[in-house]
Design a binder for this molecule. Structure first.
Ligand SMILES: Nc1ncnc2c1ncn2[C@@H]1O[C@H](COP(=O)(O)OP(=O)(O)O)[C@@H](O)[C@H]1O
Ligand SMILES: [Mg+2]
Length: 227
């Protein structure tokens, strides 16, 4: 399995000092290499918390989490940097691009500290991805000069610039109009097929969810099959 989650529990402290809130309560999940899955569920259900744990941006309180055989919670220093680039990539509802940097600079930012040959390889892959995402003519534009759909596609290129095995997408089409949402959904699936990158997509869109091999719903701290 590429992703294996067993009996995962997570409690968030209340910001106001109130009682802690159990968000994930013994959740199980698996995803095969190259597989696709959607997670549906109401706002506040814990969907982002789960993705953040898989991306080593947050940690579980108990249970087992493995991504490509690694426990994200124990990675430190360079291992953590490498994990976030070469094992998982992540995109969000908002693009989080650097406003002062061009498209190509944004996509190459994660590889700036690489050695020379790795940097050359990263640049080749970045140009290939941007070309493939229909952005070859936008390389020197700043994010403010792009449409919402184009910005989100740049975020996809950046997330995939380290050739990760898993793309985590947290409501990736939530801020897009219908046409751009459909285009992005189609591109994510083509990337899955062409590059064998596994997809785990949190979405409120039944249409996007329906394109994934597995559809799950996050209910009362657990994942249940929705279809
Ligand atoms: N870092 C945090 N500290 C405290 N509470 C949090 C934190 N992150 C999320 N929460 C709370 O946990 C619950 C689940 O949040 P989240 O995972 O963002 O849900 P979803 O993505 O399904 O909308 C929410 O009630 C949210 O307010
Ligand atoms: Mg969320």
């Amino acid at each position: 399995m590429l992703v294996e989650v067993r009996n995962l529990s997570k409690t968030h402290q209340s910001p106001g000092g109130g009682a802690p809130v159990d968000i994930l309560k013994g959740l199980d999940f698996e995803l095969e290499p190259g597989g696709t899955a959607a997670i549906l569920g109401p706002s506040g259900a814990g969907k982002s918390t789960l993705l953040n744990i898989l991306a080593a941006l947050d940690y579980a309180d108990s249970g087992t989490v493995r991504v490509a055989g690694l426990d994200p919670a124990v990675l430190r220093g360079n291992e953590l940097v490498e994990f976030r680039r070469r094992t998982v990539g992540m995109i969000f509802q908002m693009h989080h691009l650097l406003p002062q940097c061009s498209v190509i600079e944004n996509v190459l930012a994660p590889s700036l500290a690489d050695r020379r040959q790795a940097r050359v390889n990263a640049e080749t892959l970045a140009r290939e991805l941007l070309d493939w995402l229909g952005l070859a003519h936008r390389l020197d534009h700043r994010p403010s000069e792009l449409s919402g759909g184009e910005r989100q596609r740049v975020a996809v290129a950046r997330a995939l610039s380290g050739a990760p095995r898993l793309l985590l997408a947290d409501e990736p089409t939530g801020a897009l109009d219908r046409a751009n949402a459909q285009q992005l959904s189609g591109l994510l699936l083509e990337l899955n097929r062409a590059r064998k990158v596994a997809l785990l997509v949190v979405t409120h869109s039944r249409e996007l969810a329906g394109k994934m091999e597995q559809v799950w719903e996050l209910q009362d701290g657990k994942l249940v099959k929705a279809s």
